[in-house]
Design a binder for this molecule. Structure first.
Ligand code: BGP
Length: 462
């Protein structure tokens, strides 16, 4: 079968403000939780050790170099570019009445530059960060007041960019906060499960309110959520392993259930009861949650196994942990490579929700080597992406509605989990190392030409 994708398929790549922009204190920007994480998501986002060097302060200097980078994305034929708005450029402390015009103007220019090439901005409102002042003075998402601050921020950017941005996402990988307080939830490390779920509830309400505001202000826009999705295979065919796999999947499906169906699913009630979790959910919250997303979006990097056998529950990986699958190989960071898992996932979500899907992150983090002739032969990256895209095509042939695919980090960026440069995802190499040394010069890798060809042929070259 020919691998032809729909003609309006949104091919592109995905970035996040805090991992690319740098200019962390420029243009009136306030400090965000991410500016307090010199070691990435492995480090609590609540304190900034004196003298610690944070690679994200400059990152890849996208703030100043975006015209050059977008020209390179356009050269590859991108139809869309996902990035996020840094909340702290718009509301530096988070609780101001009036937004920062310089921050708003920056994103005007950025979106104009994309649109110049016909690249649709796909914009995340909050990608693993929030104003640090909201954490310090209000307790971050632990405080219900943060919902209102977020709603004001979302409304401001919807009004401002309503003619430029037609695709929006609310919170990046909202489910990751369940097992890491380092994602910008603003809670102290070691917070109770009750506190985490309450903060997550506030985020879910904030997300629903943003969806409502977007529908009102930009009726022709589409707004989705964002979940880190991970399929689980039963480690054995023991029925208990199947139940455990279902339980693990429901941990993240819960977020789709709330955001796509508009209510807390029945399966979470038992979990809450067993763990003595009682959430404060007002009638207004319930009403707000009924405003559901237009499409589902997710990141997909790997799958895992699940087992009910406690002795076999040793997980590998860093922030995203998994039980190894003997049939799969893994990246240098232990992330298991499973292209068929993506086809399964797309079918599963389509069957469950019947809403369009958008794969907004997928890719291979790897250490690249520059050859004597200056080239970078990243065939491993091409193989990873190629195999996953073939499975996306299979899912489309299965009848799943897929809006687009934005691979993670089309240009090398600072890693979210390690805060280093050496875990690279890009088609474009950036000359910067883990110590901040380098010219920041951009260089096309072999995969650059490969992706360009994939887009130009609508997937036929896969
Ligand atoms: C996702 C995040 C991204 C990103 C990616 C790769 O979880 O949404 O921000 O960085 O993972 O992770 P890493 O950079 O740790 O390899």
């Amino acid at each position: 079968m020919k691998t032809t994708f729909p003609t309006d398929f949104l091919w592109g790549g995905a970035l996040a403000a805090n991992q690319v922009e740098g200019a962390y204190n420029v243009g009136g920007k306030g400090l965000s939780t991410s500016d307090y994480q010199p070691h990435g998501l492995m480090y609590p986002a609540t304190e900034r050790p004196a003298g610690e060097f944070n690679l994200k302060e400059i990152a890849i200097d996208f703030y100043h170099r975006y015209p050059q980078d977008i020209a390179l994305f356009a050269e590859m034929g991108f139809k869309t570019l996902r990035t996020s708005i840094a909340w702290t450029r718009i509301y530096p402390r988070g609780d101001e009445e009036v937004p920062n015009e310089e921050g708003l103007a920056f994103y005007d220019a950025l979106f104009d530059e994309m649109l110049k090439y016909g690249i649709q901005p796909l914009i995340t409102l909050s990608h693993y960060e929030m104003p640090y002042a909201l954490v310090k003075h209000y307790g971050g998402w632990g405080n219900r007041k943060t919902i209102g601050f977020f709603e004001r921020y979302a409304t401001t950017v919807f009004e401002r960019y309503q003619h430029k941005v037609k695709y929006w996402l609310t919170f990046n990988e909202i489910n990751v906060s369940l097992f890491s307080c380092f994602t910008g939830l603003g809670l102290p490390e070691g917070s109770s499960e009750q506190a985490v779920y309450q903060a997550v509830h506030h985020q879910l309400v904030a997300s629903a309110r943003a969806v409502k505001a977007c529908h009102r202000i930009i009726p022709d826009a589409k707004i989705g959520n964002m979940v880190a999705a991970m399929p689980y295979y039963p480690l054995t065919c023991h029925p208990d392993d199947l139940l455990e796999a279902q339980r693990k999947e429901r941990e993240w499906l819960f977020f789709f259930d709330v955001q796509a169906r508009g209510d807390y699913p029945s399966h979470i009630q038992r979990r809450f009861k067993e763990r003595n979790i009682e959430l404060e959910i007002s009638p207004q919250d319930r009403e707000d949650l009924r405003e559901t997303i237009d499409f589902l979006s997710f990141s997909y990097y790997m799958s895992s196994c699940a087992t009910a056998d406690k002795d076999k529950q040793q997980a590998t990986g860093n922030i995203l942990k998994m039980i190894p699958n003997p049939y799969l190989s893994a990246s240098e960071w232990g992330w298991q490579i499973d292209p068929a898992g993506l086809r399964h996932l797309l079918n599963q979500l389509w069957d469950r929700y019947q809403k369009p899907l958008f794969i907004v992150e997928n890719g291979l983090g790897a250490k690249d080597r520059i050859e004597a002739d200056g080239s970078i032969q990243d065939d491993y990256r091409i193989a990873y992406l190629n195999d996953h895209l073939v499975q996306v095509h299979e899912a489309i042939a299965d009848g799943v509605e897929v809006l687009g695919y934005t691979c993670w980090g089309p240009i090398d960026i600072v890693s979210a989990s390690t805060c280093e440069m050496s875990k690279r995802y890009g088609f474009i190499h950036v000359d910067r190392d883990d110590h901040g040394e380098g010219t920041l010069q951009r260089r096309r890798k072999k995969s650059f030409g490969w992706y360009k060809q994939v887009i130009a042929t609508g997937g036929e070259s896969l």
